[in-house]
Design a protein around this ligand. Sequence first.
Ligand code: BV8
Length: 236
Amino acid sequence: MTHRNIVVLTGAGISAESGVPTFRGADGLWEGHRFEDVATPEAFARDPELVQRFYNLRRAALSTVQPNAAHHALAELAARWEGDFLLVTQNVDDLHDRAHADPLPGMGFELIHMHGELLKGRCTRTGLVSDWPGDMAAHEPSPDHPDGWMRPHIVWFGEMPLHMDRIERALAACDLFVSIGTSGAVYPAAGFVDLARRAGARTVEINLEPSLGAGLFDEGLYGPATEVVPGFFAAL
Ligand code: BV8
């Protein structure tokens, strides 16, 4: 079957071999906190120092990691694919962005960070998003508004993920949906496979082991992303 319109969803598992810790690999704990308790607007209001430290550490770690063969395999596909190719990542690291910088992606390629980006900050007053490569203080004044503070440009639990209508339109029109390196624990991303199935797409899960939603996929390819992803996409 020749494919035309592809949607790929990635999660923490695609960055694991680059040295970026996954969520559940650390049994979902960070400094003794469950992610769901640290990555929420309530946590930020209650303890901005803790939450900013959580993101400052992860943001600083980005300069010590590199994209891996799985990120590069998706970039190679983007450079040559003639149809539409939407890459939706749940990850807030910039490893896809760096891998796609060169070679230049094809015309039909788009990368969406549905849960935000570590290297960006957002003004709590105006919502303006700006590049933020360094640390962010607990009460970081916003350069955009005298009464605004900065927050990480991250979608926390209980907040609406970004670009959902664009994602849902692409899922309704795709003929191939591939989920890579995600546990299927978090919605709405975990429900994307249902939308792709309804569109009649071929659905494939690539993961270290079967995810919570494994039974919803037509096919499952299991193993480390750097070993499984390149071969699968080179064959398309
Ligand atoms: C929303 C940014 C509503 C933060 C993240 C009950 C039922 C259904 C839903 C809910 C519910 N209770 C609450 C909810 C909603 C909630 C949710 O789903 N909670 C879960 C815990 C039940 N969802 C939300 O709150 C979302 N928003 O619903 O809004 C709404 C509606 C209207 C209006 C307003 C609001 C927002 C969720 C986004 C939260 N932010 N990230 C940050 O990064 O700090 S979530 C975070 O965890 C990730 O971004 C990712 O999305 C998620 C799961 O992580 P994964 O990427 O899957 O990583 P994980 O470690 O879990 O798994 C890694 C996988 O890789 C494993 O399977 C492993 O086997 C594999 N792997 C490991 N190594 C490798 C590998 N695979 C290949 N190769 C390897 N080498």
